[in-house]
Design a protein around this ligand. Structure first.
Ligand SMILES: [Zn+2]
Length: 155
C-alpha cells in the first residue's frame, strides 16, 4: 500500500512515518501494534489489534473441586455457556475481557443474579452455583470466540 505521508499534527513540520510491530502479551497471545511517528518531534499515534490464535471453540468438564482452579481468558467477543447451571454470557456493548478461574467465573455470575426478575429461577440457579463452587456438581463450560483470544489455561 502506498499511502501519502501525513503531516504531524503536533509540530506540523515533520512527516508521520508508519510502522507495525508485534508484542506478546501473556495469556492474550499476539498483539499487532500499529504506530505513526513524527520524524522531527517524535509525536506518536498508537493503535493495537489483538491477534488471537487459539481455537474458536473450546470446552472443559469440571468434575472435581481442583478443576475450579482452571483459568479462563475471556475476550470481549466471547460467548460463555454453562448449560447444567443455566448460565450464559454473550458479547455486547458492556462485555469485558477478563482472566479468572472457574470459581471466579461462577462468582461473576452470582453477582449478576440480582439483575434478573424471576426470583424463583434466580434462587434455583444460585443454589446450583453454590453446589458447583463446593465441588458437589459436575458441569461443562464452553467458550466460543471468533477472535481466537478466549481459551482455558489447563495446568
Ligand atoms: Zn512532529
Amino acid at each position: 500500500m502506498d499511502e501519502p505521508d501525513l503531516k504531524c499534527p503536533a509540530c506540523s513540520k515533520g512527516d508521520l512515518e508508519r510502522g507495525t510491530d508485534e508484542i506478546e502479551i501473556p495469556h492474550f497471545g499476539r498483539v499487532i501494534h500499529y504506530y505513526m511517528r513524527c520524524k522531527i518531534c517524535g509525536y506518536r499515534v498508537n493503535d493495537f489489534a489483538f491477534q488471537g490464535d487459539f481455537p474458536n471453540e473450546d470446552k472443559i468438564e469440571i468434575r472435581r473441586k481442583e478443576d475450579l482452579e482452571i483459568k479462563i481468558v475471556r475476550g470481549s467477543g466471547a460467548t460463555v455457556l454453562i448449560p447444567e447451571l443455566g448460565l450464559e454470557l454473550y458479547p455486547g456493548p458492556l462485555a469485558e475481557s477478563f482472566i479468572t478461574n472457574v470459581e471466579g467465573l461462577l462468582n461473576r455470575f452470582l453477582h449478576l443474579m440480582p439483575l434478573f426478575d424471576d426470583q424463583k429461577k434466580v434462587k434455583e440457579i444460585e443454589e446450583k452455583i453454590g453446589a458447583a463452587i463446593q465441588g458437589k456438581l459436575s458441569f461443562t463450560i464452553s467458550i466460543s470466540d471468533p477472535s481466537g483470544i478466549s481459551h482455558f489455561i489447563r495446568n
